[in-house]
Design a protein around this ligand. Structure first.
Ligand code: AMP
Ligand code: ZN
Length: 428
């Protein structure tokens, strides 16, 4: 096993480590990053007053716009010549967020990724086909470093080129795949279209899927089609990249590596800390980041901390699967709707295909339309459309217009994260 000690830290050891690392990183950030010095001074908080984990609440938040406003290097705590790597997050508008790593940061990230892979059962000798994009996106290299750390055989396939992916998967006897869950769902139909039997032509054992929200139902479909065990993995560029949280064999919440990422949930409106077991916005404090320390970084991702012991024996707290980002939430006629809720409903209905699209428009009132792929013989099946509409209403309390469309007609994304929402409402 890789980094068994780190994986199985006992609660007392973990708390001791967190406390001493927290004290150190707060002083380090204050000394080396002008923005932190300003924030602490404005809040009249002395870094020396952060002595225990209970003092964390006094530390001012850091937010995404802090990184945008100080683009590209505003939060650097080291001279630029100490940087060994720069990545940038997929910014949708304007400038991206640039994230920086010292040699020490890269080594730490690699070890955390090694631990993350090991937790899912990946071992030396496994052939890991890494279908996350290599490049500025942290997914590709993050998994690459993890595979290198544990000595698995990494195939740096990167994203896209589906036919070649499938060929490699078969010919190289790939045992582990890593990619976005939406791409793996797409590979179910793509492999059949290419004449493969997903269960018998491939030798997949483990899949590690993340970078976007997905549902338990999508997991069941992937596992059923390929006969593998599918694990949810969570991370974000600002927190090194992937490898912040991973599902163990229990597949019941993601263990967050708390010797590196101190995790809280807050009420996104008031900033108040909410107790474990209640949903809130995840806030992370990186305990060892050298190049770009992040204190109480507001992720905008909504989840719930699970404090209960896990039967796998790891004491790192778990978080529930991410519901979505607060910015992904659609407000439709005053009702909050997360795309992940729609997916949850659709994937539970047996005759529905794997692809869907959510269209929001406004004509006097906000309207929600859902396009769902079904086999040709169900296109005019009014009772199926009604069932989808009723099930959506039961979860969302919204009447949606349901349109059944032919399998294979909705857009698929072969690269990066799925784009499933079209919002046609006028902005502003
Ligand atoms: P990026 O910085 O481009 O890697 O994007 C990070 C964001 O992707 C996170 O803040 C989440 O919103 C989303 N994300 C990453 N992993 C997951 C996951 N396992 N489930 C849901 N959303 C995820
Ligand atoms: Zn566990």
């Amino acid at each position: 096993m890789f980094d068994r000690v780190g994986q199985f830290l006992k609660p007392k050891q973990l708390a001791r480590m967190q406390q001493s690392k927290l004290r150190r990183i707060v002083r380090y950030a204050y000394r080396n990053v002008p923005l932190y010095r300003k924030r602490f001074d404005e809040a009249h908080v002395k870094p020396e007053s952060i002595r225990s984990l209970a003092d964390l609440e006094k530390v001012p938040f850091t937010v995404k716009t802090d990184l945008r406003d100080t683009y590209p290097f505003g939060l650097l705590a080291v001279p630029p010549n100490r940087l060994h790597c720069l990545h940038a997050s997929s910014g949708t508008t304007g400038k991206p967020i640039v994230v920086a790593y010292t040699q020490g940061d890269l080594e730490r990230w690699g070890r955390l990724m090694g631990r993350t892979l090991d937790t899912t059962g990946v071992r030396k000798g496994d052939v890991l086909q890494n279908m996350y994009g290599y490049g500025l996106f942290t997914g590709g290299l993050g998994f690459h470093y993890g595979a290198r750390a544990i000595g698995a055989t990494v195939v740096p396939a990167s994203s896209g080129n589906t036919k070649r992916q499938l060929m490699l998967m078969k010919d190289l006897r790939t045992s582990v795949v890593t990619c976005t869950p939406s791409y793996m769902v797409y590979l179910i139909e793509a492999s059949k279209a290419e004449g493969y039997d997903p269960k018998t032509d491939f030798a997949l054992k483990i899949g590690i899927f993340g970078a976007e929200p997905w549902s338990e139902e999508a997991r069941q479909r992937i596992q059923g089609a390929f006969g593998l065990r599918a694990h949810d993995v969570f991370g974000m560029s600002e927190l090194y990249g992937p490898g912040v949280g991973i599902e163990c064999e229990e597949q019941n919440g993601l263990h967050v590596w708390e010797d590196e990422f101190l995790t809280e949930t807050i009420n996104p409106e008031t900033g108040e800390v909410v107790e474990p077991g209640k949903e809130g916005e995840l806030v992370f404090t990186m305990l060892s980041r050298e190049a770009m320390p992040l204190l109480r970084y507001r992720s905008r991702d909504l989840s719930t901390i699970i404090k209960e012991e896990c039967s796998c024996g790891r004491y790192h707290n778990r978080i529930k699967r991410i519901k979505g980002r607060s910015d992904d939430m659609l407000i439709i006629g005053g009702v909050n709707v997360f795309p992940s809720q729609v997916e949850h409903v659709l994937m539970n209905i047996r005759d529905v295909g794997d692809q869907y699209q959510i269209i929001v428009s406004h004509k006097e009132l906000d309207r929600l339309a859902v396009k769902v792929e079904v086999p040709g013989n169900r296109l005019n099946d009014a009772s199926l459309a009604k069932k989808i509409r009723d099930d959506l209403f039961a979860v969302l309390s919204i009447h949606a217009d349901v349109e059944l469309v032919q399998l294979g007609t909705l857009p698929r994304s072969e690269v990066g994260k799925a784009l499933r929402v079209v919002d046609l409402r006028p902005k502003g």
